[in-house]
Ligand binder design. Structure first.
Ligand code: URA
Length: 410
């Protein structure tokens, strides 16, 4: 077998053996298999899928491409959370402090965003001084003292995923369920947590556009978790509408703090739901008991104080957040009720203002983004502000915004 035989085998929908998968993927990391050959194999996988056995083998190959973090020196249950990504998704910044305030350890390795909004690491970098590159020792010490640490992925954790993900991004092969499941689960397992909560976003602003695909992803990720003896719970949540009201890095940190200080809405509801699941699996208690702990942590401000402690521990100055003062208000020209807000288009708009990156080299402006002043279900009068753009300092009102691309009002 050589790489061309392997590509051909997948092209005609045959199952690859573990040795063949190793030859292709390990060969790619070592440089023997070229970009164009791996691209062809990834596309064949995208089109023809993978069996469960192939997926388990691929996860194993990804994990073994690098180090596995050993968190056994930290007492207590460690629970990790991952979102497949969406517009306005700042849930990690909310549930991390809540769960840690309830006494469960949250070790979190996050990524930068490539897509329409920044990732968790980008959001945290909007806090001046915040260190997103903890060493393994700093990460473990922070978990022991604060109970929550968020850092960028260390260079040697699933290096295979890093290489393959970069190639998938530029070859139209991101939306393959076997590849997404292998990518996410290998990183979560290598990250060393005992339990894993995955928030699968579903809708026009997400990787999984249909409920059916989201369910299929849920099924295979839970099976991978079972295979590796890591209890894995998947929630499927809507991403047709942006989550919360702020999109953009500093703006999202501010909204996360608002929720920790009692702000209500869809974002708060989802954060409570996810944090409750994390507490339930970690403490082996009922959903009602877990929810009570979560609500108490918010109401008592313990979760907010944990957020402040976490930011300070990683060197951040929470008073340093910058929001652009160059704003533009987009107003309604008809009255009615907000029926929907298009997550994908709002994400693209926020990205065009400088809050996200489409190329790895793009620089993010942390101070820009979009604030939704009217949410789904709100009544609107002519002249009401629907949403506000926070633009780069010298950007003029050149965007010529037609709100009907973003808001459906009836
Ligand atoms: N997030 C990941 O880490 N990998 C994917 O393939 C998709 C989302």
């Amino acid at each position: 077998m050589n790489i061309v035989d392997i590509i051909n085998k997948k092209r005609v929908k045959e199952e690859l053996t573990k040795e063949e998968l190793e030859m292709a993927f390990n060969g790619y990391l070592k440089g023997f298999v070229k970009d164009y050959q791996m691209s062809a194999l990834l596309m064949a996988i995208c089109i023809n899928g993978m069996s469960e056995r192939e997926i388990f083998d691929l996860v194993d190959i990804f994990i073994k491409s690098g180090d596995v973090l050993d968190l056994s020196s930290i007492p207590g249950v460690k629970v990790d959370k991952h979102s497949t990504g969406g517009i306005g998704d700042k849930i990690t910044l909310i549930i991390g402090p809540i769960v840690a305030a309830c006494g469960v350890i949250v070790p979190k390795m996050s990524g930068r965003g490539l897509g329409y909004t920044g990732g968790t690491i980008d959001k945290l970098e909007s806090i001046h001084g915040f260190n997103v590159s903890l060493t393994e020792e700093e990460f473990i010490n922070s978990l022991k003292t604060v109970g929550l640490a968020i850092t960028g992925q260390t260079a040697n954790l699933c290096p295979m995923d890093k290489a393959i993900y970069a190639l998938r991004d530029v070859t139209g092969t991101t939306s393959s369920i076997p590849l997404i499941a292998s990518s996410i689960m290998s990183k979560k397992i290598a990250g060393g947590a005992d339990k894993i909560l995955i928030d699968i976003k579903c809708g026009n602003g997400a990787l999984m556009e249909t409920r059916e695909d989201a369910e299929a992803l849920r099924e295979i990720m839970e099976k991978i978790g079972e295979y590796y003896h890591k209890e894995t719970i998947c929630e499927i949540s809507d991403m047709n509408t942006p989550l919360g009201s702020n999109i953009g890095n500093s703006l999202e940190v501010i909204e996360a703090m608002d929720v920790l200080q009692g702000k209500k809405g869809d974002l708060t509801d989802l954060a409570i739901k996810i944090a409750t699941e994390m507490i339930k699996v970690s403490k082996d208690i009922t959903i009602e008991e877990a929810k009570k702990e979560v609500i108490d942590a918010i109401n008592s401000k313990k979760a907010f104080n944990k957020f402040i402690e976490f930011v300070k521990n990683q060197g951040g100055d929470i008073n340093s957040l910058e929001i652009s003062r160059n704003i533009e208000k987009i107003k309604a020209t008809k009255e009615g009720e907000v029926k929907s807000i298009n997550a994908l288009n709002i994400g693209k708009l926020s990205c065009s203002l400088g809050a996200g990156r489409l190329n790895k080299e793009d620089k993010i402006d942390y101070s820009v983004g979009v604030v939704l002043n009217k949410l789904v279900g709100d009544k609107v009068n002519i002249g009401d502000t629907l949403f506000t753009l926070y633009k780069k300092p010298n950007e003029r009102n050149l965007l010529n915004i037609d709100y009907t691309n973003y808001y459906e009002i009836k």
